[in-house]
Structures are given as structure tokens and as C-alpha cells.
Design a protein around this ligand. Sequence first.
Ligand code: FMN
Length: 178
Amino acid sequence: MKKIVLAVGSSISAYKSCDLARLFVKSGYDVYTVLTENATKLVSPIALEALTGHPVYTDETLWEKHEMGHITLKDDAALFLAAPATANMIGKFANGIADDMVSTTFLAMKCPILIAPAMNPNMYSHPSVQFNIGKLKGWGFGFVEPDEGLVACGDTGKGRLADINIIYQAAVDVIEGK
Ligand SMILES: Cc1cc2nc3c(=O)[nH]c(=O)nc-3n(C[C@H](O)[C@H](O)[C@H](O)COP(=O)(O)O)c2cc1C
């Protein structure tokens, strides 16, 4: 069974990670989820545990359970997928910051990386975020471009998480080498 590490950030679209995880599981992939501390406020770790059949990795795993999960997860992963990826996560990924479970896991990964950003259009178009995305692309990391349109806060522009079916297909293409 091919292993996907699904990192979830605290975007309003974090709840969509449940459907995304379900799509992968239904297709026979083994899904391990890693949530930022803030993401646990927006999506239930229990739902993701039930959907994936594995405990969710959080900062608690890193510090309170002393499981060194960031090292465990790196082994045999076919893909590290960050969806939704917040501006904060992208900033950490681009700058070698490893101060939580998600960013530490990212740095430990040797498998292909796919990042699906989701944020307010002003945040997405900010030079700082665009610079970080450019840096990550320059290192060969894959991106699933966000959609244009109305975002949850009422603004319009580019920044809404790409359709989960698009993210799913992009991930499968990377894993299966298409
Ligand atoms: C309801 C809510 C929705 C948010 N949606 C987003 C989002 O879509 N994208 C984003 O980059 N930040 C969003 N934020 C802000 C992030 O949660 C904040 O920057 C946080 O520090 C990111 O932490 P994380 O990257 O560790 O999850 C949202 C915050 C709240 C309270």
C-alpha cells in the first residue's frame, strides 16, 4: 500500500481534508495525517482518524507522546501533500523553519512534495507569499494552484483551495509517475 502523508493547515478549508483523505483511502492508499495545532481547532482529528484508520499526528505527538513522529512518517512515504497549506506553512517550508510537527515532518521528507495553498486573495498575492512559493517551485516542489473566485471571508480573487478532485488527481499523477 502506498503511503501518503497529508499535512493540514488552519485554513477555513481544512474540513475538505476529510473528503480528500477519504478519496485516497477509497483508492487504496494508506493515509497519515499531520495537523498543525491551529488546524485541530478547524477540523476534528477524530474524524480524520476514523477516515484514515491511523492516529493523527500533531504537536502533541511530537512533544507529549515522544514518538518522534516526524521521523517515523518520513519512511516509505510516496508523497507529502500539504492541503490546505496556509501562508504560514508555506513560509516555514520555504525558510527551513521546523518549529512544529508539520514543518518538522516536511523537512524530514525525501519523497515528492505537493502543496495546495489556500488563503485570502490579498495574502496569496502578497510579495512575501509569492516569493516563498517561487522559492519552493525553484527547488522542484509541486503546487496545485488555488482557484479564483469568492473566498469564505467574502473577498474575490485567487486563493481558494483547488477542487479536491483536482488535488486528488495531481497527487495520484505524482505517485504513479504519470
Ligand atoms: C477561521 C479562520 C480561517 C483561516 N483561514 C486561513 C486560510 O485559508 N489561509 C491562511 O493562510 N490562513 C488562514 N487563517 C489564518 C491562520 O490560521 C493563521 O495564519 C495561523 O497562524 C496559521 O497556522 P498554521 O499554519 O500553523 O495552521 C485562518 C484563521 C481563521 C481563524
